[in-house]
Structures are given as structure tokens and as C-alpha cells.
Design a protein around this ligand. Structure first.
Ligand SMILES: NC(=O)c1ccc[n+]([C@@H]2O[C@H](COP(=O)([O-])OP(=O)(O)OC[C@H]3O[C@@H](n4cnc5c(N)ncnc54)[C@H](OP(=O)(O)O)[C@@H]3O)[C@@H](O)[C@H]2O)c1
Length: 244
């Protein structure tokens, strides 16, 4: 039986990689899904695959006014939200000693500020019992060389979930972090050269990289009533990479 029948879901960064797989999985489980991204062409391509029941909104998570447009669209079309996946994120390789202000600002703007306002601006629309999922990263506990600033933003995401869990009763939601290991996606392929991906595979206890679908399966669990008592936690979906 479909586990998200009738639920309204927002997936930021839903036009590519992990977010696209999550949107597909939620749709297949019966949810009405809204996806976002900055590039309209990428959203249009995703809609060709996802179908007309999914709504795409051009929205830069780092721009709070864009998030207002997103939630106004959700309010008009659906009236409320049951599931928010704050997934939009970027990675930038930086060598310590050469890190620029622009790199730090860009990483913080999307990964931290974007997560904060994606969730805060959803609050007025959240239906009681809503599930909020933040996409973290195994990098938060095992920062790869050259990804220290990215890893720090994901550690911040982990702490946002811990902090926001205090508000669960007040806002009627539960909030959890989903932390992927290395998953080949368009974003990851741009970020990590083949050699680094091979090293990551070697360092993963399961001996392989993950798939977007494996991350989406865990997101479906966190979104569904099967995880109704899971709150403030981090679900690692990393083949064990950051667990040993
Ligand atoms: N792949 C991995 O190995 C891995 C591992 C751990 C964690 N993660 C996390 O998983 C999430 C998804 O990553 P991915 O690998 O699927 O990357 P991806 O293939 O590059 O997809 C990223 C998605 O986010 C959107 N996006 C980026 N910046 C945005 C912004 N400011 N506002 C709105 N949308 C934005 C992109 O669309 P536009 O470019 O059009 O905006 C795209 O839809 C990220 O948070 C990433 O940090 C990934």
C-alpha cells in the first residue's frame, strides 16, 4: 500500500540527483509533490519525467523572497504541507589556505541560510504531525580533505535538527536529518574527480557508492508514519562510511 497517499510534500533541489529521486519516490507513494531549483530548464526536464501531477517552482533557497513565492504557490494549490525536505545544497572544493569569502558565503547561503528559511517559512502551512527532513551529509562527521567548509555547513544542518526538535510540540512536527554518503549525482560528479570517488568507494564498508534511490527510500521512511516516533535524529545512509 502507498505510504504517503494524500500527503503534500515540498522537496527543494528536486530537479536533480537525490532530490529528484526523493520526488519520484514520494510521487510513487501517493504524495502530491512540489519541487524547486534555480534553473527552470532543469525543472522542466524533471517534470517531463515526473509528470503533470508534480509542480515545479523556480526558487533559490538562498533568497528568502523566493521561498515566499514557493509557499504561496503551495498554499494556493494545496492549502497545507505534510512533508518538507530541505534538500537543496551545493558543494565547493576549497584548499585550506586559499578559501575565498565568496566560497564561504555561497556555501553558507544555500546550505545553512537556505535550510533555515525553507523550514521557518513552511511553519504556517505545516499540518499537525508533519515530517521535516534536512539533507545532511556523512561529511559532517568525516570531513573530506578539501570539503571542510561544506562539511561545516552540514554539521550546522545536523545541529539545526537537534535544536528544532525542541519545537516539535509547539509546531506539531518532527524533524530529522538524512545523511547520505557518496552518491553519484550530477552535483557529485562535478565536485569529486574519479580518483576521489574510487577512494570513497574503497573507504565504504559496503564496498560501493550509494544510489539516489537508496537515499530516497530512507527519505520515504522518514516522511511516512512508519517513523512517527523518530525525531531529532540523524539517519545515516552511507554504507557505513561515517559509522566506523
Ligand atoms: N551526492 C552526494 O554524494 C551527497 C552526499 C551527501 C550529501 N549530499 C547532499 O544532497 C543534496 C542533493 O545533492 P545532489 O548530490 O543530489 O546534488 P545535485 O545533483 O547537484 O542536485 C542539487 C539540486 O539542488 C538544487 N539547488 C542547488 N542550489 C540551490 C539553491 N540555492 N536553491 C534551490 N535549489 C538549489 C539544484 O538545482 P539548481 O542547480 O537548478 O538550483 C538541484 O536540483 C545536497 O544537499 C547535498 O549536499 C549529496
Amino acid at each position: 500500500m502507498a505510504v504517503l497517499t494524500g500527503k503534500i510534500a515540498v522537496v527543494t533541489g528536486g530537479s536533480s540527483g537525490i532530490g529528484l529521486a526523493i520526488a519520484r519516490a514520494f510521487r510513487d507513494e501517493g504524495a502530491k509533490v512540489f519541487i524547486t531549483g534555480r534553473r527552470k530548464e532543469a525543472l522542466d526536464e524533471a517534470l517531463v519525467e515526473l509528470g503533470a501531477d508534480v509542480t515545479a517552482v523556480v526558487c533559490d533557497s538562498a533568497v528568502p523572497a523566493d521561498l515566499d513565492v514557493l509557499y504561496e504557490t503551495v498554499r494556493e494549490q494545496a492549502g497545507h504541507v505534510d512533508i518538507v525536505v530541505a534538500n537543496a545544497g551545493i558543494g565547493i572544493q576549497t584548499t585550506f589556505g586559499e578559501v575565498t569569502e565568496e566560497q564561504v558565503d555561497a556555501l553558507l547561503a544555500t546550505n545553512v541560510k537556505g535550510t533555515v528559511f525553507t523550514v521557518q517559512k513552511a511553519l504556517p502551512l505545516l499540518r499537525s504531525g508533519a515530517s521535516v527532513i534536512l539533507t545532511g551529509s556523512s561529511a559532517a562527521t568525516r570531513p573530506p580533505h578539501g570539503l571542510e567548509i561544506y562539511a561545516a555547513t552540514k554539521a550546522a544542518v545536523r545541529n539545526l535538527a537537534r535544536g528544532w526538535a525542541h519545537s516539535s510540540r509547539q509546531h506539531g512536527f518532527r524533524v530529522n536529518v538524512l545523511s547520505p554518503g557518496t552518491v553519484p549525482t550530477p552535483g557529485l560528479l562535478d565536485l569529486l574527480p574519479a580518483e576521489a570517488r574510487e577512494q570513497s568507494e574503497e573507504a565504504t564498508p559496503l564496498g560501493r557508492l550509494g544510489t539516489p534511490e537508496e537515499i530516497a527510500a530512507a527519505a520515504t521512511f522518514l516522511a511516512s508514519n512508519a517513523s512517527s516516533y523518530v525525531n531529532g535524529s540523524e539517519l545515516a545512509v552511507d554504507g557505513g562510511a561515517a559509522q566506523i
